[in-house]
Design a protein around this ligand. Structure first.
Ligand code: PLP
Length: 429
């Protein structure tokens, strides 16, 4: 499947010329390939065919309703981390009994909403939260379905901000305390134990941390199955994607390159034998893997600027639109939508208009020679892109568009200036 590639010297997403989409909807603009998202989902789903399983798409990676609807229609479940995400899933036609609700700081309102909607499981991250859920479910006279999120204490070898499965971070319950907490949970009259959950981090590109975490937790999972008849074991998400491709060097295509990361098959091969032994329903919660390489952020070069030895391309997207480079120093490939005619390269910083030095997309990057007005695609922006966008510097949120085959459509309007002040009131004193 070729989702982003040059055809007649124009960058296409599936069969759509990205220049046309930019012309129609303006920039900065997020564009997602529905075909790619579905392809990723189906390949993961079929690799798991020999197991009783459910893929719960991690909504926080990209929560546009059109994307959630795509997953709901494909039969996926959802991993949510707030009541707002549950609301979005419902608005997209997703089923609450396929939703698992994670997060270290659920509020009373969120727990009540999740119970009223009938989520499959509330994934509990502390004893205090367990007590609180028991109390809230008691007031409603029902039993809350729960799984404990275990912290297996493995090092996923990823950026410290997206590592979640070691004892040094706030997530989950330590493995050695888990049996005791389950024992307490079993005595609570408004709690129903339904599963076990873990999630060790994001953008993980080796199989071993996943396999190690499963090996560490499996004995306890078997014990819990025997004791409490749990239904599922959720192994979380975290599969990494490739952010660097051969597209920028003018050869190959994006999709081919992305296959050389940790492939879906390698990942499944590493974890399948152990999981099969458990004879339980296995839940996976991928976000980035499904959406990351399916999206780009289109931006236009506003100005070129030479400052001493340095050259800058100032583009119309900023860190408020895509914060990953500023927040994680993450690498995103950047390619011109019009295929460069010459192979000449120059070193350049690609920066946004926001008043922060962290507002960059690439530093000292070898790029084709750029001109003012050039359209650029910032690749692999489908996950943790728009969802982390803000109005910083009073910049309206960018638009989002969907491509499927030779069709494209807007799925979120660009914000207007009026949107910026909507909801601001008073003061009335
Ligand atoms: C963020 C998150 C995920 C998804 O992580 P990816 O790296 O996008 O796959 C899955 N499960 C939980 C609990 C999460 O917080």
């Amino acid at each position: 499947m070729h989702s982003f590639h040059y055809r007649d010297s124009k960058l296409h997403c599936e069969d759509v010329d990205l220049g046309r989409v930019a012309q129609e909807f303006g920039t900065p603009l997020y564009i997602y390939s529905a075909g790619t998202i579905l392809d990723h989902y189906r390949r993961l789903d079929s690799a798991l065919a020999s197991l009783d399983h459910l893929i719960c798409y991690a909504v926080k990676a990209n929560s546009n309703r059109a994307i959630l609807k795509l997953f709901a229609d494909a039969g996926a479940g959802f991993d949510i981390v707030s009541a707002g995400e549950l609301f979005r899933v419902r608005a997209a036609g997703g089923l609450p009994d396929r939703c698992t609700f994670a997060g270290v700081g659920k509020s009373r309102e969120e727990i009540e909403y999740a119970l009223d909607q009938g989520v499959y499981s509330l994934n509990v991250e502390s004893e205090a939260e367990l007590d609180y859920i028991n109390q809230i479910a008691g007031a409603k006279n029902l039993r809350a379905p729960i799984a404990l999120r275990l912290n297996p204490d493995v090092d996923p070898h990823t950026h410290e901000y997206i590592s979640t499965g070691s004892h040094e971070n706030k997530f989950g319950i330590a493995l050695e305390h888990a049996a005791a907490v389950y024992e307490r949970a079993a005595t609570m009259s408004n709690i129903r134990i339904v599963g076990v959950q873990m999630h060790i981090g994001s953008q993980i590109t080796e199989t071993e941390p996943f396999a190690e975490a499963i090996r560490k937790v499996s004995p306890l999972v078997s014990e819990l199955k025997a004791k409490y008849g749990i239904e599922f074991f959720s192994i979380g998400g975290g599969l990494g994607i490739v952010y660097e491709s051969s597209l920028a060097s003018g050869s190959g295509d994006w999709w081919q390159a992305s296959k050389t990361a940790l492939s879906i098959q390698q990942y499944i091969n590493a974890i399948l034998p152990e999981l099969r032994e458990l004879k339980l329903k296995i839940l996976l919660e991928p976000g980035r893997l499904l959406a990351g390489n399916a999206g780009v952020l289109l931006t236009r070069v506003r100005y070129l600027k030479q400052s001493g030895q340095k050259k800058f391309a100032i583009v119309d997207a900023g860190m408020n639109d895509l914060i990953r480079p500023a927040l994680y120093h993450s690498y995103h490939e950047i390619v011109p939508v019009d295929e460069p005619r010459s192979s000449a390269r120059e070193k350049i910083d690609v920066v946004g208009p926001v008043c922060e030095s962290a507002d960059f997309f690439a530093l000292d990057r070898e790029m084709p020679e750029l001109q003012e007005g050039d359209l650029l695609a910032i690749m692999s922006a489908g996950a943790y892109g728009f969802v982390m966008a803000s109005n910083y510097n009073s910049r309206p949120l960018p638009a989002e568009a969907f491509v499927h085959g030779n069709k494209f459509a807007l799925i979120r309007q660009r914000q207007t200036f009026e949107d910026l002040i909507r909801g601001e009131v008073g003061p009335t004193f």
